[in-house]
Write a new protein. Structure first.
Length: 291
């Protein structure tokens, strides 16, 4: 009787485990579809007729028309390719500046000894709680006096001055986990702080640098408020401002063209994340284990 019970139990447990796994995967698939539905609807809306856009929730259009992509690309005063180029230049230069400036500041906080280091580090962390709108007007007046308004400089130059406290904190946590014996050995070989930074810290910090680069690129590419404040000429518009140009509050908006260009605007971010997702996950995981 005991033997029969033992032999009958495993199939029952196996069925329960299979059923639970099936339910979990079904719930995850349903949740994934719910999150992806807006994107799928936008893709569908870019190829369906205008009169069919807001009258249905179906993802399958009655007819397919790719003309919205041509209208979106050439429908404004400036080709949408110009907006892509402007966004790419700003995003790449801002990403380089963010990684370089924040890593230098993080290296100073994590490795160098100077007066008031803990105070300045706490002050830097305090800026995380400071809303961007508090400093918006003083910054605008400063850039206006410098003659930088209506140029990409206000969106790029501050990044080289380590203005993003989040990335500084992220890198400090990572740098503190690198053994100090490497620094001491480098000093014995005659290396100064800059050589230690370039020869030791940067090569060992590739995951956290890639994490900062990915987030910087995505946030800069998706930024709407900054370009809206500083860019007035349509020739200097970024992708986000170009998308806003399709919405006309006084006339007819070309929603199909807007959806088409919105789909294209997701491609650079998706590819950037796809190529560097391994370093992103590694950087977040290893940074979380540092003390």
């Amino acid at each position: 009787m005991t033997d029969a019970t033992v032999t009958a139990a495993p199939p029952s447990r196996g069925r329960r485990s299979y059923t639970r796994s099936l339910l979990i995967h079904g719930a995850l698939i349903a949740a994934s579809f719910a999150m992806l539905y807006p994107i799928l609807w936008m893709v569908s809306g870019s190829v369906r007729p205008q009169d069919e856009l807001f009258g249905t929730t179906s993802l399958i259009p009655s007819s397919v028309d790719f003309g919205s992509y041509l209208r979106g690309w050439m429908g404004l005063q400036v080709s949408f390719g110009q907006f892509f180029w402007n966004s790419l230049v700003i995003s790449v230069l801002a990403t380089i500046g963010n990684v370089l400036g924040c890593s230098l500041a993080a290296f100073a906080f994590a490795r160098l000894r100077f007066g008031g280091r803990n105070f300045w580090f706490a002050l830097m962390l305090g800026t995380l709680m400071l809303p961007y709108h508090v400093v918006l007007i003083p910054q605008y007046i400063l850039f206006l006096e410098l003659g930088w308004v209506n140029t990409p400089l206000p969106l790029i130059v501050p990044k080289y001055l380590a203005t993003d406290a989040f990335f500084i904190f992220l890198m400090v946590q990572f740098f503190r986990g690198i053994p100090r014996e490497l620094d001491e050995a480098a000093v014995m070989d005659g290396c100064g702080p800059f050589r230690i930074y370039f020869r030791i810290m940067l090569p060992l910090s590739l995951p956290v640098l890639a994490t900062a680069a990915i987030f910087s690129f995505i946030w800069t590419w998706d930024d709407f408020f900054g370009p809206l404040i500083y860019l007035n000429d349509i020739n200097t518009y970024t992708v986000q401002l170009g998308l806003r140009s399709f919405v006309d509050s006084t006339g007819t908006s070309d929603w199909s063209a807007l959806f088409a260009m919105s789909n294209l605007s997701l491609v650079p971010v998706f590819l950037f994340f796809l190529f560097f997702q391994r370093l992103l996950i590694e950087g977040i995981a290893t940074t979380g284990m540092k003390r």
